[in-house]
Write a protein that binds this ligand. Structure first.
Ligand SMILES: C[S@@+](CC[C@H](N)C(=O)[O-])C[C@H]1O[C@@H](n2cnc3c(N)ncnc32)[C@H](O)[C@@H]1O
Length: 320
């Protein structure tokens, strides 16, 4: 996705001098260039530095989202300026806080709808950000404890024109729901999907290609084995399902890593490194795609019946 875009925006780097702290929506929907977003939003991100670090401390789960990933995701959200940010997988809430913080920098303050099975946010995390942020800061956020597989997405998604989906809930069941159900709903909308925990193989060092002590990767697994297919290097099952979906639909998946390394010049990288410190890196470990890149039609996997309704149906005699 990134190659043909470079010429169109590269002059922005030298011409842009004013950086509004609130991003206005542009029409029509641009396909995202993570590098352009990072660059365009660099002064806003720099001004956010203390808040980002404080929120990261409040969440206290740095391994789930590194400081530069907070900055990258916020920059992407601010640049894309959606009406809704749909977060799939919240856990302790790094990306939740990053997107709420970004929401306050976007015109009309988009809603952040966060769906997760876990209650870590309400049970462990939320008291900490409450100590450093006013009540109004939480206003864009709707954090629900729910199963993504059961959630009624139609009503929520069809009420907006532009949606950013952050996909950080792992495994094939959620993948079937995202690819088979959520994408089929958002296809007429301006939409962007960001998938976390997927690294770009093109930038893996030779030792990362070694099997080492590991056998084959056989499904989502954090103990060490990884799957490497095309540009994708990951431990999570949804990468396979998404590669398969992209091949069937002739759409391109691309990585933020590739965008930063190929679209930011050495001088730009150096400037951002000096400006942002640990909020800047050219490694990202997330990929992105949209069905907006071509007209369709598209093919979707059948999404198996949601668990709750399957359960209700199985026990319908007792429930009557
Ligand atoms: C990697 S964590 C999310 C981390 C978070 N995005 C962050 O930046 O801190 C993945 C989360 O997805 C949730 N999850 C997995 N399957 C789910 C499902 N079917 N419905 C809702 N949440 C699910 C898990 O409970 C877990 O909390």
């Amino acid at each position: 996705m990134s190659g043909s875009r470079t010429a169109a925006w590269v002059s922005d780097f030298t011409l842009a001098t004013a950086y509004p702290s609130v991003t206005a929506r542009t029409q029509p929907c641009p396909s995202l260039s993570p590098a352009r977003a990072y660059w365009n939003q660099r002064l806003t991100v720099a001004a956010e530095r203390e808040r980002i670090l404080a929120l990261g401390q409040a969440v206290d789960r740095h391994s789930d989202l590194l400081p530069y990933q907070w900055a990258q995701l916020m920059a992407a959200a601010m640049e894309f300026a959606p009406e809704l940010i749909l977060e799939l997988g919240r856990h302790k809430g790094n990306s939740t806080c990053a997107f709420v913080e970004a929401s306050h920098r976007i015109q009309d303050r988009p809603r952040v709808l966060s769906l997760c099975l876990s209650d870590n946010w309400t049970r462990e995390t939320v008291t900490q950000p409450r100590k450093i942020m006013p009540q109004s800061w939480f206003q864009p956020l709707e954090a629900l404890r729910t199963d993504i597989l059961d959630f009624p997405f139609e009503k929520t998604l069809l009420a907006v024109k532009r949606v950013l989906i952050f996909w950080d809930a792992h495994g094939f069941d959620v993948a079937e729901c995202v690819l088979g159900r959520i994408l089929a709903i958002v296809v007429p909308l301006e939409h962007l999907v960001i998938m976390h925990d997927i690294t770009d193989n093109r930038y893996a060092s030779a030792d990362h290609l070694e099997y080492g002590e590991h056998g084959l990767w056989k499904g989502t697994d954090w103990s060490g084995p990884r799957v490497k297919l095309g540009i994708v290097d990951s431990a999570v099952g949804q990468c396979i399902a998404t590669l398969d979906f992209a091949a069937r639909n002739r759409i391109t998946l691309d990585s933020a890593d590739h965008s930063y390394r190929t679209e930011l010049s050495a001088a730009q990288q150096e400037e951002m490194r000096l400006l942002l410190g640990d909020l800047f890196d050219t490694q990202a470990h997330w990929i992105y795609f949209t069905l907006n890149q071509r007209p369709g039609p598209f093919t979707y996997p059948r999404h198996a019946r949601p668990r709750a309704s399957a359960w209700r149906s199985r026990f319908r005699f007792w429930l009557r």
